[in-house]
Ligand binder design. Structure first.
Ligand code: DGT
Ligand code: CA
Ligand code: CA
Ligand code: ZN
Length: 571
């Protein structure tokens, strides 16, 4: 239900944007983002706390709450139906093609009458699009890539969205007296950026009541399968959840097997066979005798290697490293001391600095950087020099008031087309921390884009390069850059590359992180929070770092405040 609603709100935002409506698109997107990261189903919230409960969801005002109620009651949001009537069917789908977007989709419709993804694909293949102004041969390639991309991502859910739901279901299951353990395995446990389905493993004293409970939970929309020790359901949010009841003696090997991934499993099984052993979800066997299986560690150790963290299990070198006992000591989730990228009410966030700081403190952080949009761009209520001064004074006051947490004065400035920044050095100089990001001009050719970023990184006050590749998962591919050069520059200039932990971004991603570390660059995890509830994305950022084989020394967030201030000071 939450995801469906989020998609409806994204769609409304896209259409409104196409119609050049101001502000509203941002409000809808904010609500959509918030719904996506909500653990509880809006339907349940409405049931328990009524209309008021809905308005307490960050980013949801009365207007949007009404639309949520409408959807709960009728399965529709009339606003979207109305908007859609004004644009041709299929055009809304076209707008979702990464690299095309709302405006250009509309242009193709007007000029070529294209109003479906199928027709779009045909036109691109027949090279009919490159003749339209602002489109080129390259655009056709990009459109085809975008369509492929869309087809691939269909049916998968963002990790940041699936994780709270999985945890919620685990906690529900644990309320049963029969349930000893309930753990999510699969891609979710590996912290992949998107999840096909959630796989929950349960150890229980008696399977029958557990299966009954699982298939009758309030979040269940449909039951796809129901057996003695296995069941499959679809939640109201349209996520498939597989549950299996496992015997305690094979819990470790089951967890190992169902965590995967498939390639990692196949590689392990091959190694087992070489040793004359047999590995399955039931255990590690020598002939008929089980020699391991109660814990995962036991399984890995008996195969002659050290334990491999789930985030690394992709068969991309981790098994070889584990055999040689050369795996990195991964950065831990509890090593993360702060957040570098937080927006407040001062720009386009929804909470005050004090509220955010209190939540951060409750979450156990020792510092956060308030980095609101700054500069002369009209987007997102950017702060000018004067407002930055004022904000600084507010931060001073709150810092005096709150102990145990330090708020750093920061800003997220735009990298302009020519590589200059949206705020003058005289203003940047006064800040503790500066993030520079690209928010426009995504389509520059690789060389120009890279030059632009490198130039921005030469600015003496930049500390972090924000969402370095610009991609949005399932929605927009990365802009073209020479990441290698950027990593080298980052090292040289003592600039950290951001791991933007927003569930839609994950930017840098795991593979990029690995590359950055190899090049000697440091990384800075930032949640890009636009609400205090988003601060919890920090753990997703840590997961990306871990998937990228990062150690503590690679991650700026592991520094103490004192060490950090030293790093940020440039001479
Ligand atoms: P997903 O759900 O598409 O995001 O990805 P996974 O990795 O969660 O895949 P899923 O749910 O199909 O299966 C869960 C795990 O079960 C998978 O990671 C590894 C294991 N598994 C599934 N199919 C096979 C298979 O054919 N061979 C082996 N060795 N393992 C498998
Ligand atoms: Ca799965
Ligand atoms: Ca599955
Ligand atoms: Zn930001």
């Amino acid at each position: 239900m939450n995801q469906e609603l989020a998609e409806i709100f994204y769609e409304i935002a896209d259409i409104l944007e196409m119609k050049k409506v101001q502000w509203k698109p941002q409000a809808y997107r904010k609500a959509a983002r918030s719904l996506e990261s909500l653990g509880e189903n809006v339907k349940d919230i409405y049931k328990e706390k009524g209309f008021k409960g809905l308005t307490e969801i960050p980013g949801v005002g009365e207007g949007i709450a009404k639309k949520i109620v409408q959807f709960i009651e009728t399965g529709k949001v009339i606003e979207l139906e109305k908007l859609k009537k004004k644009i041709p069917e299929g055009l809304a789908d076209m707008m979702k093609v990464p690299g095309l977007g709302a405006k250009r989709a509309l242009k193709l419709y007007k000029r070529l009458g294209i109003k479906s993804i199928k027709k779009l694909e045909e036109a691109a293949k027949k090279h009919e699009i490159q003749n339209i102004e602002t489109f080129k041969e390259k655009s056709e390639e990009n459109i085809l890539k975008g369509i492929e991309f869309l087809k691939r991502s269909k049916g998968r859910v963002l990790l940041g969205y699936a994780l709270p739901i999985a945890r919620y279901i685990e906690s529900q299951l644990k309320t049963l007296k029969e349930v000893k353990k309930a753990v999510s395995a699969g891609s979710l446990r590996r912290r992949e950026e998107t999840i096909g389905d959630i796989d929950i493993l349960i150890v229980a004293s008696n399977a029958e009541p557990v299966v009954k409970f699982f298939t009758e939970m309030p979040v269940v929309e449909r039951v796809l399968a129901k057996g003695k020790t296995k069941a499959v359901i679809i939640t109201k949010d349209d996520i498939q959840v597989d549950a299996r009841i496992i015997k305690p003696e094979s819990f470790g090997s089951a967890l190992q097997y169902f965590t995967g991934n498939k390639e990692h499993n196949i590689h392990l099984r091959r190694l087992a066979l070489k040793k004359g052993l047999k590995l399955s979800e039931y255990g590690l066997f020598k002939g008929k005798k089980q020699i391991a299986g109660k814990t995962e560690k036991e399984v890995y150790n008996k195969l002659g290697m050290c334990y491999i963290e789930p985030e690394l299990r992709t068969d991309s070198g981790e098994i070889e490293a584990a055999l040689k006992k050369k795996l990195p000591k991964l950065v831990g989730y509890d090593n993360i001391k702060g957040d570098f990228h937080v927006h407040s009410k001062w720009s386009d966030g929804s909470d005050s600095i004090e509220e955010i700081a209190k939540t951060a403190k409750d979450n156990g952080l020792s510092y956060i950087a308030i980095c609101d949009h700054a500069g002369h761009l009209k987007i997102a209520h950017s702060l000018d020099e004067k407002r930055i001064e004022k904000q600084g004074k507010e931060i001073d006051k709150i810092n005096k008031k709150l102990s145990e947490i330090k708020i750093l004065k920061g800003a997220e400035v735009d990298i302009m087309a020519d590589g200059t920044l949206s705020l003058k050095n005289s203003a940047l100089k006064k800040l503790d921390i500066v993030i520079a990001s690209i928010h426009s001009g995504f389509r520059f050719p690789k060389e120009k884009q890279t030059e632009r970023i490198l130039k921005a990184m030469d600015n003496p006050y930049v500390n972090i390069l924000g969402h370095p590749t610009g991609r949005l998962i399932q929605r927009r591919e990365s802009y073209e850059i020479d990441l290698e050069k950027i990593c080298e520059k980052a090292k040289e200039r003592k600039i950290a590359l951001e791991i933007n932990a927003n569930p839609e971004r994950f930017d840098l991603n795991d593979a990029n992180v690995k590359e950055a570390i190899a090049k000697g660059a440091k990384l800075a995890i930032g949640t890009d929070s636009h609400s205090k509830t988003h601060l919890s994305f920090l753990e997703l950022g840590a997961a990306i770092a871990r998937r990228g084989w990062a150690e503590k020394k690679d991650i700026l967030n592991c520094l103490s405040l004192k060490q950090l201030m030293k790093f940020l000071r440039k001479t």
